[in-house]
Design a protein around this ligand. Structure first.
Ligand SMILES: [Mg+2]
Length: 402
């Protein structure tokens, strides 16, 4: 079921749209599970593929579902694997992922299905999802807010007000996007540079933020994988006096060596990996290219993969934060993993100005309290769709689940 509506937090200010896919996995026991995915290119088709491919399988086989989608199986394949053409001339593929890669729409769709399966199994066993992951280290999961930038980036008071508002609401960490903080200074949108004027404006604006929230508030910045090595180092060093928690994805993500060069020459911890699956984190850790891991539940393969990455980070004595582009459902799912992961720092939320994204599922506790995602002892993820909110935000041509 696709949902569609305003996204008042556009990067760089202003209103854009957001498009979500809600996944429901039904069973012959009458129990169902709910998941969420971003409606990126190819995701809807990948979910249709998985619906055909996994029909009739055991809903408790959560880890094998994700593994089979990402890597396939060896011949003669599981006895109940689908063979041949499934629908619309789409061919079932068993020996590798349906795209012969573990990246992109395959893992994004599998993430939503996996979240739904965890919800389903929790309901069947009448226990919260965090208990399926070994139980809680902490009661609730800390949230950090993505703030990007105010509408008028040249107004320092707007920066101070935005920062102070988040602190007053009980949050203790915020993130800003370097690539959207001073776009009026950009002279070339192709060459991966940060000119000195842009660096200076970023420093001024983030200094105003630091003054507004005080010395103990955690601040971090995101580069969205945009910059060349020397400019990523230059902006890091120019921001060093602000005592940031991290600088995120400074260089394009496919090259751990360039990221390692940035890390060697800056004092700010380097955080990476919002689009990574587990193996990519292994590569970056092995090359000394990161200080903090930052997977996203919607892009890494769901709850168990998120937890697996957390445990690998812990073995390397590294902390993990969760990137979050999700709405209420994905955020709650990530929180279940966060409380069950020892080295968890916090999870990101983007949509504090867009209530419907936090309200399309209902619980008997609020989404946030004192800067944390509140968790209860309700089975599974402890959520149900709010049919009225979903009805109001159905994508064109879409209808509510029965
Ligand atoms: Mg990011």
């Amino acid at each position: 079921m696709r949902l569609w509506g305003p996204r008042n937090h556009g990067v760089g200010g202003g209103e854009t749209k957001i498009n979500k896919v809600i996944v429901r996995v039904d069973t012959d026991a009458g129990i169902y599970g709910l998941g969420e995915v971003d409606n990126f290119m190819g995701v809807h088709q990948a979910i249709a593929y998985m619906a055909g491919y996994f029909k009739g399988r055991d809903a408790f086989s959560i880890k094998s579902v994700v593994s089979e989608m990402l890597y396939g199986t060896q011949a003669p394949h599981p006895a109940d694997a689908v063979r041949g053409v499934m629908f619309d001339q789409v061919q079932a593929v068993s020996f590798c992922s349906p795209t012969a890669t573990p990246w992109g729409p395959v893992v994004w769709a599998a993430s939503g299905v996996e979240i739904a399966l965890v919800d389903l199994v929790g309901k069947a066993l009448r226990t919260p999802a965090y208990n399926l992951l070994g139980g809680r280290f902490r009661e609730h999961a800390k949230v950090y807010l993505d703030r990007s930038s105010p509408d008028d980036t040249t107004d320092l008071d707007a920066w101070r007000k935005m920062a102070a508002g988040a602190a007053e609401a009980g949050f203790t960490q915020m993130k800003f996007d370097i690539d959207f903080m001073a776009t009026e200074c950009v002279r070339d949108v192709w060459n991966r540079t940060l000119n000195l004027g842009q660096v200076n404006r970023v420093v001024e604006r983030l200094t105003a933020v630091r003054e507004a929230v005080g010395p103990d508030f955690e601040l971090c910045v995101d580069c969205h994988m945009q910059y060349n090595v020397p400019d990523a180092i230059r902006v890091s060093n120019a921001l060093a006096h602000l005592n940031l928690l991290w600088i995120e994805d400074p260089t394009p993500i496919v090259n751990p060596d360039s990221c390692a060069q940035v890390r060697e020459r800056t004092s700010i911890p380097v955080c990476i990996g919002e689009m990574f699956i587990a193996e990519q984190f292994r590569l970056f850790i092995a090359r000394g290219a990161c200080d903090i891991l930052h997977p996203d539940i919607l892009f890494c393969g769901g709850m168990h993969e998120l937890r697996r990455i957390g445990e690998y980070a812990e073995l390397n004595h590294l902390p993990i934060a969760f990137h979050g582009n999700g709405g209420a459902l994905a955020t709650i799912a990530a929180a279940h993993v966060g409380v069950a992961t020892r080295n968890f720092l916090g999870l990101e939320y983007h949509f504090i100005e867009t209530p419907w994204i936090g309200e399309f599922v209902r619980r008997d506790v609020p989404l946030f309290r004192d800067g944390q995602v509140v968790l209860s002892d309700a089975p599974g993820l402890g959520v149900e769709l709010d049919r009225e909110v979903c009805r109001r935000h159905l994508a064109p041509g879409e209808s509510l689940f029965d």
